[in-house]
Structures are given as structure tokens and as C-alpha cells.
Design a protein around this ligand. Structure first.
Ligand code: NAP
Length: 263
């Protein structure tokens, strides 16, 4: 049990990648805080699935883009657990528009949730983590933070910013025993992907992944748990791509297109 006696907060844990991470942490003995912003029933489901692992699990509704709600979440965690060892910033949103048509409000919202939200959480929980003797923070960024994702407006800039925030915090907080790393998934089977792309589009996406399938939430959870645990005690400030080879597939796509055109 890699996380026995540890307390872990997972933002955006009611669905998708965050849910898989929260449950994997609970299975390994961590007490968990399931954060979400809208769907109480989904969050309760995660808590109900986690408790049979013999750990303490609570749900806390807080919009990560709202600093006072994040600070209130910190007060709840302090009261309920008195410590924090692991923070996973997984809450995230996306919208699709060509850059010249992105509504200003949509641009601001993505930056608020994906980038500012992670910062507000890290800032609010910093002191508790220091008082707990240090810990590990893992920010769920995206391959879109390394390569520009066409038509996704502020999404790529928000994730690139999150990768840089990861490095900055790793540098400033190393002296407190806090490690900070980022995980950059490719295309993972979740509501976010299904809301953003049609079945037909997802089929094409699969063709561009050398390993031949979309990512599963459990694939991401395994890497996150490694980074959250003592097994990675000498790793900080890094960002890890986990995409089935998608971002290295340029020449594969090029050769397929050439074959299709008979050249
Ligand atoms: P998802 O299935 O849409 O789940 C998003 C989660 O975040 C939900 O639990 C949602 O709960 C919560 N959330 C949304 N806005 C929030 C806010 N303001 N405050 C607190 N919680 C909030 O998304 P996912 O695919 O699992 O994505 C998780 C993370 O991975 C995101 O950061 C995403 O950018 C990143 N990622 C995903 C993919 C992919 O292909 N799926 C690829 C690369 C990176 P409520 O609706 O109840 O608030």
C-alpha cells in the first residue's frame, strides 16, 4: 500500500481521469478528497466506490477557478484530515472555436479553470503541505501544452502555462520537500473527448496513435501514482507525455498520405 496514512486531494475527481486517479489512490491506502464543481451525484458515486477500500473519503464541491471556494476547501481538509500529502490538479475544461472566433468569455473561462485553478489550489494548500512535511503535486496538463491543438482556443495556451507553473513551483518549493510534476495525456476516453469529437473523428484520431488505441483513464492514473509516490522521490519540475506515441507520429502520417496519393 504505497499511500497508507497519506491524504490526497484530486480536483475534478467526479469523472474521467480525476476519478480514476482518486480511486487508484484510495485502492493504495490514501484518504481522498473528491473535488468537483457541479455534479453531486457523480462525486458521491466516487466516494461510495472508494470507501470499501477501507479509507476515509469525502467530497468537496468547489469551483477551482474561484479562490474563496478553494480556500474554503482548504479549511475543510485541514479540519477533516489535518494534513495534505498529495495534490492532483485534474479539473479542466475545453471548447472548440477557430482562434478568430473564440468568445472572450470562453477564452477567460479556460484560462481561469485550467491554469488559474491549479495555481489557486497550489497556493491555498501550500502551507498545509509544508506543515505536513512536504508532498507531491501532479498537474494534469496535455500534449496540447507542447504542441498547438488546432481549433481549441485557449486550451493549448492554458496547458503550456500549466507546464511552466509546474516548473516554477518545483523550483521555488523544492526547499520545502514539495515535488511538482506535470502529466500530459494524449487522447483519453472520457466525457471531455466524447463531447469534443464525433465517433467518426475519434476513429481518425485512433489511426494517428502508433499504439493503435485511445488512452484509458487507468493508463494515466498509473503514471500519476508513480509521480505522487516515493518511487519518484528524485523527480521534480518535469512534464511527462503519455499518448501512445501520438506526438511522434509525424513521419507515419506523412508516409500514409504519400501512399494514399500513390507517391
Ligand atoms: P472530464 O471527463 O470532462 O471531467 C472533468 C472533471 O473536472 C469533472 O469531474 C468535472 O466535474 C471537473 N471540473 C470541471 N470544471 C471544474 C471546476 N471549475 N472546478 C472543479 N472541478 C471541475 O475531463 P477529463 O477528460 O477527465 O479531463 C481531466 C483533465 O485531463 C483535464 O485537465 C483535461 O484538460 C486533461 N486532459 C484530458 C484529455 C482527454 O483526452 N480526455 C487529454 C489531455 C488532457 P463537474 O462537472 O462536476 O465540475
Amino acid at each position: 500500500m504505497r499511500f497508507e496514512g497519506k491524504v490526497a486531494l484530486v480536483t475534478g475527481a467526479s469523472r474521467g481521469i480525476g476519478k480514476a486517479i482518486a480511486l487508484a489512490l484510495a485502492k493504495e491506502g490514501a484518504d481522498i478528497i473528491v473535488n468537483y464543481s457541479r455534479d453531486d451525484d457523480k462525486a458521491r458515486e466516487v466516494v461510495d466506490l472508494a470507501i470499501p477500500f477501507g479509507i476515509k473519503a469525502i467530497m468537496v464541491k468547489a469551483d477551482v477557478s474561484n479562490p474563496s471556494q478553494v480556500e474554503e476547501m482548504e479549511r475543510i481538509v485541514r479540519k477533516e484530515f489535518g494534513r495534505i500529502d498529495v495534490i492532483i490538479n485534474s479539473a479542466g475544461i475545453t471548447f472548440r472555436h477557430p482562434l478568430e472566433e473564440v468568445p472572450y468569455e470562453e477564452w477567460r473561462r479556460i484560462i481561469e479553470v485550467n491554469l488559474n485553478g491549479a495555481f489557486y489550489v497550489m497556493r491555498a494548500f501550500f502551507k498545509l503541505m509544508v506543515d505536513s512535511g512536504g508532498g507531491s503535486i501532479v498537474n494534469i496538463a496535455s500534449v496540447a501544452g507542447h504542441i498547438p491543438m488546432v481549433g481549441s482556443g485557449a486550451y493549448s495556451p492554458s496547458k503550456a502555462g500549466l507546464i511552466m507553473l509546474t516548473k516554477l513551483a518545483a523550483l521555488e518549493w523544492a526547499k520545502y520537500g514539495i515535488r511538482v510534476n506535470a502529466v500530459c495525456p494524449g487522447s483519453v476516453e472520457t466525457d471531455m473527448l466524447r463531447e469534443e469529437f464525433t465517433e467518426e473523428q475519434i476513429k481518425i484520431k485512433k489511426k494517428l496513435i502508433p499504439l493503435g488505441r485511445l488512452g484509458r483513464t487507468e493508463d494515466i492514473a498509473k503514471l500519476v501514482l508513480f509521480l505522487a509516490s516515493e518511487e519518484s522521490s528524485y523527480i521534480t519540475g518535469e512534464s511527462f507525455i503519455i499518448d501512445g506515441g501520438m506526438t511522434i507520429s509525424y513521419y507515419l502520417v506523412e508516409s500514409r498520405l504519400m501512399r494514399e496519393h500513390g507517391i
